[in-house]
Design a protein around this ligand. Sequence first.
Ligand code: SAM
Ligand code: DTB
Ligand code: SF4
Length: 327
Amino acid sequence: MQSDYNDLRHDWTLAEIEALYSAPLPDLIFRAQSIHRRHHHSAQVQGCVLLSIKTGGCPEDCAYCPQSAHYKTSLGRESLLNVEDALTAARNAKAQGATRFCMGAAWRDIPSGEPFERVLKMVRGVRDLGMEACCTLGMLTQEQADALAAAGLTAYNHNLDTSAEFYGEIISTRTFGDRLATLERVRRSGITVCCGGIIGMGETRTERYGLLRELSSMNPHPESVPVNLLVRVEGTPLALQQATDPLELVRMIATGRILMPASMVRLSAGRLSLSDEAQALCFLAGANSIFMGDKLLTTPNPEANADRALFDKLGMRLIQAETYGAG
Ligand code: SAM
Ligand code: DTB
Ligand code: SF4
């Protein structure tokens, strides 16, 4: 094993990643937890809240996504929310203890004109509440990235989702290279990068290693790495996908934590299908953030009461708002 000190590396190989991921679970978790404690508080978790500001009707064909216009799901198509409604949701999120508010739009790329101006107003409003603001709006131009940065956007979420090799099985309307190019523009603008993926889409372990290698080769690492467990939505091509063993999610999180020690690793979609014990293992493995509230973007998420009870049982707590400067 390499030294645990000076642990930010960008040259992890597939073989090294495989050795970590497939180690005996106690060894993997011990290593992840040791690294976690050097960079983060062991009992603190950041609460984030998601809001879908523009739902459904997306021209992309991501096989997991209920918002794609290519599939018949129960979701309708809605127009862009107004600024006041978005900020009401952000205030509620803050009252619930969240310190990060994430706004998602089912766009292939950001439209120009009034809709983009409206999103900029939302970003400024969220920042004025003293919260971190994150957006996930699809592809963007350098000018749009710079405008979001000027509005104070903290982070831009754009997931690689899976390995370059498996990508074409899941999405045909854009390429892995398109994703990387968008992430480059975000990085250049000075906005922090939120980039992760999904497990449970039928990928092999090797394809998971490929995703982890891609993420850990970025320099700097993405500041935020969401790890999603597929939410199988009726009407999407992945609706009948076999359930994934939660221990694979634990291994994915632990390996991500070791590869990207300083990043926030977010236990994202899929918590409703996890027991309290499985979630506890995810925290032990180095996850230090969750999405709170009874809805993710369009699918259900644990109720606030359930999360409060879980944190009480585990003796863990949410990172306090004071940690972040207002503005
Ligand atoms: N349209 C934008 C994009 O694709 O970048 C932003 C919204 S998209 C819903 C954000 C991320 O949510 C996706 O990249 C994917 O990783 C995750 N996601 C979407 N549907 C999911 C599902 N059914 N299960 C798990 N994760 C999902
Ligand atoms: C991420 O990786 N997961 C969040 C956030 N980034 C935007 C979204 C999960 C969406 C799950 C499906 C839905 O609710 O529509
Ligand atoms: Fe559209 Fe994003 Fe859903 Fe893909 S993941 S279909 S780009 S909303």
